[in-house]
Design a protein around this ligand. Structure first.
Ligand SMILES: Nc1ncnc2c1ncn2[C@@H]1O[C@H](COP(=O)(O)OP(=O)(O)O)[C@@H](O)[C@H]1O
Ligand SMILES: Nc1ccn([C@@H]2O[C@H](COP(=O)(O)OP(=O)(O)O)[C@@H](O)[C@H]2O)c(=O)n1
Length: 211
């Protein structure tokens, strides 16, 4: 079974994807980490995330990069959202994600284009969202919890800028797949959001079984 979970920054898609993976005993891939690894790689090499050549050069990272704590920073997130607009970068990361989705038994993936590009035939698709203010508060709490000094207004500004860039790009923009179930977590705590996600996935699987 393949489950696709998409949505904007800090909507809770990763939390939901991990919980679904645990529930169904499936492997999970946070695809945002791949784009963050490219963005952070560009910054560390002294390159410019606005340069497609610098971005492409950073696509050949090793797996240990995916555990780098620097990936959590807003700087890495911003650079990720810049480099992810280049079709060459998306192409370089495509097969790895498709292979993960296609492994025997299936998988849960979260990102921006899982339901639209990576796994258009997923068995269940969720589009997780929440208001920008709620998402900024969550991300702010998360980053300060990691010991980083960040201001709520700056996080909200970055999230809005990223939403805009991710939605406006022509290569695999952030959008809800037509057959994805919408889940707004603005007024839901983590447990309630996970329960709702589970109910939506189970309903989707039941419907498919009856078709
Ligand atoms: N429904 C929720 N209510 C409150 N906090 C949440 C909720 N979902 C996620 N969080 C918290 O918000 C932060 C961002 O969640 P995460 O799942 O990483 O979002 P995303 O993968 O969409 O960026 C994390 O610290 C997480 O624990
Ligand atoms: N499948 C994906 C996943 C992430 N991304 C890009 O990578 C950036 C970081 O993604 P992320 O999922 O780690 O970000 P958060 O939602 O956790 O803040 C996003 O803003 C997108 O620009 C993408 O283009 N496609």
């Amino acid at each position: 079974m393949i489950i696709a979970v998409d949505g904007p920054a800090a909507s809770g898609k990763g939390t939901i994807a991990k919980a679904l993976a645990r529930h169904f005993g499936l492997p999970h891939l946070d695809t945002g980490l791949l784009y963050r690894a490219v963005g952070l790689g560009v910054l560390r090499a002294g390159g410019d995330p606005a340069s497609p050549d610098d971005a492409l050069a950073a696509c050949h990272f090793t797996d240990d990069m995916l555990d780098d704590t620097g990936l959590k920073s807003e700087a890495a997130a911003k650079a990720a959202s810049q480099v992810s607009a280049y079709p060459e970068v998306r192409a370089a990361l495509l097969q790895r994600q498709k292979d993960f989705a296609g492994q025997p038994g299936g998988a849960v993936l979260d990102g921006r284009d899982i339901g639209t590009v990576i796994a258009p035939h997923a068995d269940a698709k969720l589009f997780v969202t929440a208001s920008a203010e709620v998402r900024a508060e969550r991300r702010h709490r998360e980053l300060t919890g990691l010991g980083l000094t960040v201001h709520l207004e700056a996080v909200l500004h970055d999230i809005r800028a990223r939403d805009e860039r991710d939605s406006a790009r022509s290569a695999a923009p952030l959008r809800k797949a037509e057959d994805a179930a919408l889940l707004d977590t603005s007024d839901l705590g983590i447990d309630a959001a996970v329960q709702r996600a589970l109910a939506l996935v189970e309903a989707r699987i039941r419907t498919a079984a009856n078709d």
